[in-house]
Ligand binder design. Structure first.
Ligand code: ZN
Length: 60
């Protein structure tokens, strides 16, 4: 299964979602948003996505 690292349009935090997901709920602020309209950092394995999420969230 493929995963995506998606950036929440409300709070700017990245989180992992399934690549097949249409919508995703941010675990940080609770916003539900359309994956298609969000910024996708990376598409890959669960491990790659987890690393991209950690990197993004520790940058600012
Ligand atoms: Zn959020």
């Amino acid at each position: 299964m493929k995963y995506i690292a998606s950036v929440c349009p409300r709070c700017g935090k990245a989180s992992a979602a399934r690549a097949s997901a249409k919508t995703h709920q941010c675990p940080y602020c609770g916003a539900a948003y359309s994956v298609d309209s969000s910024t996708i950092l990376l598409v890959g394995t669960a491990r790659e996505v987890r690393e991209a999420v950690v990197r993004h969230n520790s940058e600012k």
